[in-house]
Each structure stands twice: as C-alpha cells, then as structure tokens.
Design a protein around this ligand. Structure first.
Ligand SMILES: [Zn+2]
Length: 112
C-alpha cells in the first residue's frame, strides 16, 4: 500500500427513492395492485359499489393487522434515511476521471 491515498466523498442520488427521500409503503403497493384487480374499471358509483369498495379496504387492512388504521402511504426511504442521496468514498483519481468524462460530454453537447 502506498503511504497516502486520497479520497473524495461522492454524493449520488439514492436509487431506491430516486432522490425523493420517501417511498411508497410496501403494503400500499400491494393494496393498489389488489385494488386494480378487484375494481379494474373503478368501483361503481352506487351505494352498493361504494360499500364494496369500503369492504375491500377494511378487509385488506384488517388482513394485514392494521384494524382500520392503515399506515401512511409514504414512508421514509430505508436506504438513505430520507435524505434522497447516498454518500460513498471514491479514490481521487477515479473522481477526476469521472469529472473529465463529464466535461467532455458537456463539450460534445455544445454547452461550452
Ligand atoms: Zn432513498
């Protein structure tokens, strides 16, 4: 190993939440999937139709153990703790090469 090595901190967008810092609760993703299966054209706008939708809603969340109090639809991203970005240690040489590539790309696009 060399005596000293230099690193920089790369701050990149979190892939899981695409930078939003929040993701959809996995149970809500299942909910909407089953909802679309059950009501492919939306519930009928009649008393019976809306009751069927309410029953579907209650049954789903009860089956997940929520008992009428469903969880929030958006939750903090577990991968970036809600920051939307991830930090990683990158060797300086690698960072410079990436910056050079970026600069060349910009020049090719005619932004300079
Ligand atoms: Zn994230």
């Amino acid at each position: 190993m060399r005596k000293s090595e230099f690193f920089v901190i790369k701050v990149g967008q979190c892939d899981t939440c695409k930078g939003a810092g929040v993701i959809q609760h996995p149970d809500w993703r299942d909910y909407w999937e089953k909802y679309r299966e059950r009501f492919p054209h939306g519930p009928r706008q009649t008393a019976t139709g809306l009751l069927a939708e309410q029953d579907f809603h209650d049954d789903f969340w009860r089956s997940r153990g929520y008992d009428y109090r469903e969880p929030p639809e958006e939750i903090e991203c577990p991968d970036c703790d809600g920051k939307g970005t991830l930090e990683s240690k990158v060797p300086l040489a690698e960072a410079l090469a990436a910056l050079r590539e970026l600069a060349e790309g910009v020049r090719e696009c005619g932004y300079e």
